[in-house]
Write a protein that binds this ligand. Structure first.
Ligand SMILES: Cc1cc2nc3c(=O)[nH]c(=O)nc-3n(C[C@H](O)[C@H](O)[C@H](O)COP(=O)(O)O)c2cc1C
Length: 195
């Protein structure tokens, strides 16, 4: 095994989801977030549409985003379905995070590239970013809850109809190690070798 393989294996295997409430409020320097975005930018891309886009919320904007997210939930949830606990959860989701990034797919102008591939490329960019965060000792969370996929979120972010939010990423640090990773479906069931 080469050193390079060993390093990337370690990063991939130790990347774990840390829910934002388990973060410790310590701030990540913006320059490091920028470095993660540079990693994201090296995702594979069919036709060089490079569809990944990130809106980065830092400093006071983190709280503002969470407030707006919670308000979107309030405004677009029928009264009989509205859960105050969920509102509060969204409102406080970023309290202990450092940065919040909305990751979205910006549909390119090449009709021969299917939407599926734009989503796939953006997902690769997100994974690059999360792996970089792991390598820098950060805690991270890729969330799709709340209003992430709701049309009102797109409107709030001023995205176009054909664009797509793929997740809300929370970055920070944590005092305690994340939960142990687990995979419940054996790899052998996910792979078919043909010889
Ligand atoms: C597209 C996507 C959306 C996700 N959305 C959520 C979410 O809304 N809530 C949540 O708790 N975890 C979410 N996750 C994180 C998964 O829960 C997490 O990856 C899974 O539990 C495996 O844990 P690990 O990331 O530590 O390997 C999401 C992951 C992906 C890839």
């Amino acid at each position: 095994m080469t050193d390079l393989f060993h390093s990337i294996k370690q990063v991939i295997e130790t990347r774990r989801t840390t829910k934002p409430p388990k973060m410790n409020g310590q701030r990540i320097p913006d320059a490091q977030v920028h470095q993660l975005l540079q990693l994201a930018d090296w995702a594979p891309t069919h036709g060089h549409t490079e569809p990944w886009r990130f809106i980065v919320y830092a400093d006071d904007a983190v709280k503002q985003f969470c407030q707006n997210h919670a308000e979107l939930y309030r405004q677009h949830t029928p009264k009989d379905k509205f859960l105050n606990d969920k509102y509060e959860k969204l409102l406080h989701m970023g309290d202990k995070a450092s940065h919040v990034l909305v990751a979205y797919m910006r549909r390119g102008d090449l009709p021969k590239i299917p939407e599926l591939e734009e989503i796939a490329a953006t997902s690769c960019a997100i994974q690059n970013l999360l792996l970089g965060a792991t390598a820098l000792g950060m805690a991270s969370y890729w969330g799709s809850g709340g209003m992430a996929y709701h049309p009102s979120m797109k409107e709030y972010l001023q995205l176009r109809e054909q664009d797509m939010v793929l997740g809300i990423l929370y970055l920070g640090y944590a005092d305690n190690a994340a939960h142990a990773g687990k995979r419940t479906v054996p790899l052998a069931q996910k792979v078919t070798w043909v010889k």
